[in-house]
Write a protein that binds this ligand. Structure first.
Ligand code: GTP
Ligand code: SAM
Ligand code: SF4
Ligand code: SF4
Length: 329
């Protein structure tokens, strides 16, 4: 059985973007009420008294947009300073990153993954719903500042949507040649916007690798990370290329993670809603840390059964109660 030691923590379900594949404009979302959010104190208590004793040592802060969480720098500092934290990272859309990057680094954050689906401001706008050239520039600037501040490895996440941004794959891959940036192409998953998914579908990573191979060649490579990316590089490039292929391949047999939502639900699998635990309610009802630990321990034991397995045709269209922005990707 894989060791499950990676917890993805959603800090907030709100976002300042409306990415078509995640939180499309106009979609009604039931936002978590403020009083339902795990407070910093509750989150830290769960980490220290439940997750860390069970062997979790790698934490990723995500959302929604994690930089919208009030007091995010303080929270980073608290988690980074836990003795058992081996790795603390964040996934962000980068819009609010530039002015806060240095503070985050000083608080102990060392790795950031930034979502940037396009190098064309107009396409960026069409995907993210953010008006104006300025939005793309703010994210681009966030990326440059994060690089200067020293976040390493610095990764760029690209969800590839057929007919929308797949024509940019070579341009995005080229970013890794001169800079130590790590670009990852993510196969679009049917969670968040099933209409767009059934209209556009996804492109298999192997097809993208083929395009890249024909232009520059491609060799296997490595980069620090806890996620499911298969890593390659263009020969001689400073950075790497990652491929996250949840539709064309199955990496569930090496799954090492669980997810904690901003309102304290523990979810054993991104794509399967079975087995979730409402840790926040139990915590607020005075259930002891030992009992909470026991519940999570039991969930860890049955996680291999819950891990997502329905990928016969690589095109399942489940209807999910929670979207990517609520789960944290
Ligand atoms: N199906 C599936 N997709 C995942 C899982 N973890 C990450 N992904 C996909 O990979 C995307 C990028 O993940 P990130 O938030 O950047 O984190 P990561 O790849 O785990 O990060 P590293 O530690 O840097 O490897 C997510 O948005 C998902 O689309 C997973 O457990 N299952
Ligand atoms: C839900 S977002 C949260 C963090 C932050 N707001 C961001 O965009 O980086 C985390 C990751 O999920 C990815 N994602 C969202 N919806 C997706 C989908 N339907 N298929 C594949 N990846 C998706 C995003 O591109 C992003 O890299
Ligand atoms: S992918 Fe991230 S930035 Fe885009 S809408 Fe979802 S949570 Fe927001
Ligand atoms: S789909 Fe579920 S089991 Fe598969 S890697 Fe993601 S979280 Fe793990």
């Amino acid at each position: 059985m894989n060791q499950v030691d990676y917890l993805r923590i959603s800090l907030i379900d709100r976002c300042n973007f409306r990415c078509q594949y995640c939180m499309p404009e106009g979609e009604e979302l039931n936002y978590i009420l403020r009083q339902e959010f795990l407070t910093d104190t509750e989150l830290l208590a769960l980490l220290e008294e439940v997750f860390i004793p069970l062997g979790f040592t790698r934490f990723r802060l995500t959302g929604g947009e994690p930089l919208l969480r009030p007091g995010v720098v303080r929270l980073v500092k608290e988690i980074a300073s836990l003795r058992q934290t081996k790795d603390l990272s964040m996934t962000t859309n980068g819009f609010l990153l530039a002015p806060i990057a240095q503070e985050l680094y000083e608080a102990g954050l060392r790795r950031i993954n930034i979502s940037l689906d396009s190098l064309e401001p107009d396409t960026f706008k069409a995907i993210t719903g953010r008006q104006g050239r300025q939005s793309w520039e703010k994210v681009w600037n966030g990326l440059q500042v994060a690089y200067k501040v020293g976040f390493n490895p610095l990764k760029i996440n690209v969800v590839v949507i057929p007919g929308v941004n797949d024509s940019e794959v070579l341009d995005l891959a080229a970013l890794t040649i001169d800079k130590q940036w790590h670009v990852r192409f993510i196969e679009f998953m049917p969670i968040g916007n099933s209409l767009l998914f059934s209209d556009r579908g996804w492109i298999a990573s192997e097809e993208l690798r083929d395009r890249i191979r024909r232009k520059w060649g491609l060799t296997e490579s490595q980069v620090i990370g806890n996620g499911p990316a298969d890593v390659f590089k263009i020969p001689g490039a400073k950075g790497t290329l990652g491929f996250i292929s949840q539709m064309s391949e199955c990496f569930c047999d090496r799954c090492n993670r669980m997810r904690l939502s901003a309102d304290g639900w523990l979810r054993p699998c991104l794509l399967n809603e079975a087995g979730q635990l409402d840790l926040k309610t139990d915590l607020r009802n005075g259930v002891s840390p030992a009992k909470l630990r026991e519940q999570v321990r039991k969930l860890l034991l049955i996680k291999p059964e819950i891990n997502f397995k329905q990928r016969d045709n690589g095109n399942q269209t489940g209807v999910y109660n929670r979207t990517m922005s609520q789960i944290g990707g």
